[in-house]
Ligand binder design. Sequence first.
Ligand code: ADP
Length: 441
Amino acid sequence: METGPEASSYLVPFLLAAAVAAAALSAVAWLLARRATELRRIRAALGTLGGDHADPVRGARKAADEAARLDTALSELRAILEHAPAGIIAIDGLDRIITINPAAAGLLGTEGRPAEGRLLGEIARSPELASLIAQARAAARSAESELELSSEAGMHRAGCTVVPLSDAVGSAQLLLVLEDRTELRRLEALRTEFVANVSHELRTPITSIRGYAETLVESFELQPEAARFARTILRSSARLGAIIDDLLLLSGLEEPSARESITTSPVRLAGVVAEAVEQATAGARDKGITIEPHIDPCLWVNGNAGLLAHAVGNLVSNAVKYGPSDSVVRVDAAAEGDAAVIAVTDRGPGIPEVHRARLFERFYRVDRARSRESGGTGLGLAIVKHVAQVHGGSVSVESRTDSQHGSTFRIRLPLVVESTARNFPLPEAGPNDRGESRRTA
Ligand code: ADP
């Protein structure tokens, strides 16, 4: 078929249109290819962020939300660190400070100066802190103690907990939480001093009231009513005297300087228990109570025999006081690992769980009326606790309130290994094993 001039006039615009269409198509194809590359790149990036592969736009939005959430969490964390009343320090495996909050900086006197990157030992001079850190690292778990911190801010007493951070962060990193107890300890020392001073002042007049009341009761023919008054004065002054003696003893156990003057030596526990039982014998006889000692004769501790006998005596006399008539009080002393354990068991009414945590506080009583009636000072168990602590030991109670079980109080003391004890110049073993030659630290 021939193409005439008419046909060629149609062909030119048709070819032009086809060329434009082809160019447009290749442009669109190029654009699509570019977009696909971009999308692949975004998808790869989102893949690293854990984003949504199927929908890159949604994934990008999610990533942005996540970043904003992390930012808010970081700001919150910063605000918590800034305003926390406790001092918080994070250190690395070489004891270099990674983070320190203002409370810790205040405690260590480095406010306003960057402490990050410095060695902890440079700003907090405390061998106790260094050994606490070493202890937490060695055991890979928290260690806690109260220590003296000497720094540019002066001397502080601080409760310190050292927490190893999890493996995710790096197990060599540690978190230190410091609680400033300087003021608390200062006030406690003031209170102890005040109580000791008041007790001293009261002791003399009360001794004299007691003496005169005794003379009235024993040496005068009084009218029956006057005799009753005199007996009441005698009883009350004796109780006041006992409270004052216990308060003075407690002050001595609490005050660091008084503590240092406590003399210690190797003490045989059999002698201590014999003395304690002896103190409670009269009270036990009055109630028909039998005291049964089961004592390992080879137990030695390093301590003050008088104080230890006083503490065990308090437990035995409580067991007699709160045990029923005609019952048995058992006193055991045995070695448990590297500790000597003295246990006093009664068949009394037991102590309800709710009271047990506060039982060793001064003047805490389960039954106030009964304690007063039996002449108790309310300080006996507080003394037991302090005596145990002064000796590096502890005290605990186990009790059941269902009938016939009663309570067991235990004093746990560091045991002196027999062969070591023999190296000391030991006094003769007897009921009063008191060799008072050395001092506690
Ligand atoms: P108190 O002089 O009042 O006996 P303590 O400090 O020795 O003071 O004891 C505190 C309180 O603990 C007592 O008032 C008593 O309520 C309770 N308690 C102590 N020992 C026993 C015991 N063996 N059985 C029951 N309760 C006890």
